[in-house]
Design a protein around this ligand. Structure first.
Ligand SMILES: NC(=O)N[C@@H](CC(=O)O)C(=O)O
Length: 433
């Protein structure tokens, strides 16, 4: 099967045709012609490597009313993703080889993106004893990213041991950095606004204290550490210091922390309640600068679908979390590309290349992700209309949930097509299954 994508602009550069054969990019060049090939007219569209998400909540098993592997995979494909890491805070928790294999198999059956399970660090996310990390790594799901996300691995001795184990597995601990003793009852960013709104604050120091501790532990052990959803200017400073010392630490930022601030809490609309919370203008500025500089390696969605009854309630009782997969690239275009902080190659680096490397998905086989757009590489790619602008309508999203913080907001860039190993999962902006 051959597909000829005509007139696309790889990385936003000069127009070229892209020939896809047997799941791989066979050629990139001017005026390619292949009799019998399916032709996709991509005139004016930017071609990028398929995006890779390090942080997706797919809710299956356990909360299929909020999302399933299939509905979340469809949302991901529509957002330009070809691989997503499925977080472990499901019910049951993904803390055994059996559960991670189940999630992996559901992803293969859905066939829209490669679903890469994350394994829990501790049994039941309880932070008491380590889960079967080796069994999950050796399973069919080949787990390399371990995380108790939603909970912090707060016990420093347990965190140290987790780092030692994952080092032996060529894995990484993705830490949800939140000192739990500092965030009891927390509802939003701690500052003037939380005081005025009467909501218990979540201080920046609760995140920064754990990141500082963990980079020291990772350095001591010589293991890889990844920091989930970095949200404060102080965290960026600590990461910059750690990287300058050669600590093997990587970090991600979410689209919502690049765009939104705690001002969103003013109306008490729980769609803006998220963990870690939306912070200040100064934090947003530092996060954008950190991502541009590469101190923050990746954009990760923290796509966190919630059922209506868990979200559309009073602020204090609403679950934290917001949708992200379908608008992530648009938010990055708005905050990083249109502001001149990243070019298209930079966007590809932070949303595909680096996240794939952190998750160890960047091997040499046809199953690899995050590879460049080049002959011989797996044909995982997306086509984006950078000039299109649209107002986000939550009712039109593929996710089973509706908790989008971007409802009613106009955002740039429309994913027109996504290809997974040469097979279109999205064409003309529509999911193909
Ligand atoms: N990021 C969120 O606000 N929510 C996450 C877990 C969590 O980090 O609380 C979820 O699973 O809903």
């Amino acid at each position: 099967m051959s597909t000829l994508i005509t007139g696309a602009r790889p990385y936003g550069e000069d127009a070229a045709d892209i020939l896809v054969e047997d799941g791989r990019i066979a050629a990139i060049g001017a005026s390619l012609s292949v009799p019998g090939a399916d032709v996709v007219d991509a005139a004016g569209l930017v071609a990028l490597p398929g995006l890779v998400d390090l942080h997706t909540h797919l809710r299956e098993p356990g909360r299929e009313d909020a999302e399933t592997v299939e509905t979340g995979s469809r949302a991901a494909a529509l957002g330009g993703y070809t691989a997503v890491h499925a977080m472990a805070n499901t019910d049951p928790v993904a803390d055994t080889a059996g559960v991670v294999e189940q999630v992996w198999r559901l992803g293969q059956e859905a066939g829209l993106v490669d679903v890469v399970p994350v394994g829990a660090v501790t049994v039941g996310l309880r932070g008491e004893r380590l889960a079967e990390l080796g069994a999950m790594a050796d399973s069919a799901a080949r787990v390399r990213v371990f995380s108790d996300d939603g909970h912090c691995v707060a016990d420093p001795a347990l965190m140290r041991r987790a780092l030692e184990y994952v080092k032996a597995l060529d894995g990484v601990v993705a830490q949800h950095a939140e000192e739990p003793r500092l965030t009891v009852g927390a509802q939003m960013h701690e500052g003037d606004r939380s005081a005025r709104l009467g909501l218990t604050g979540w201080p920046a120091a609760a995140e920064e204290a754990i990141i500082a501790r963990d980079v020291l532990l990772a350095d001591h052990v010589g293991a890889r550490l990844h920091v989930c959803h970095v949200s404060t200017a102080g965290s960026v400073e600590i990461l910059r210091w750690a990287k300058s010392r050669g600590v093997q630490v990587t970090a991600e930022v979410t689209p919502h922390h690049l765009l939104l601030t705690d001002e969103c809490a003013e109306g008490y609309d729980p769609v803006f309640k998220v963990n870690p919370p939306l912070r200040t203008d100064a934090d947003v500025e530092a996060l954008r600068a950190g991502l541009a500089e590469g101190v923050i390696d990746a954009v990760a969605t923290d796509h966190a679908p919630h059922a209506v009854e868990d979200k559309e309630t009073e602020w204090a009782h609403a679950r934290p979390g917001m949708l992200g997969l379908e608008q992530a690239l648009s938010v990055v275009v708005a905050t990083m590309l249109e502001t001149g902080r990243l070019d298209w190659r930079g966007v590809a680096d932070r949303m595909s290349t680096r996240p794939a490397a952190i998750g160890r998905l960047d091997g040499r086989g046809l199953e690899a992700h995050g590879r460049p757009l080049a002959p011989g590489e797996p044909a995982n790619l997306l086509l984006l209309d950078p000039g299109a602008r649209a107002v986000v309508d939550p009712a039109a999203l593929a996710s089973r949930s509706r908790n989008s913080p971007y409802a009613g907001r106009e955002l740039p860039g429309r994913v027109v097509a996504t290809f997974l190993r040469g097979v279109p999962t999205v064409l003309d902006g529509k999911a193909q299954k």
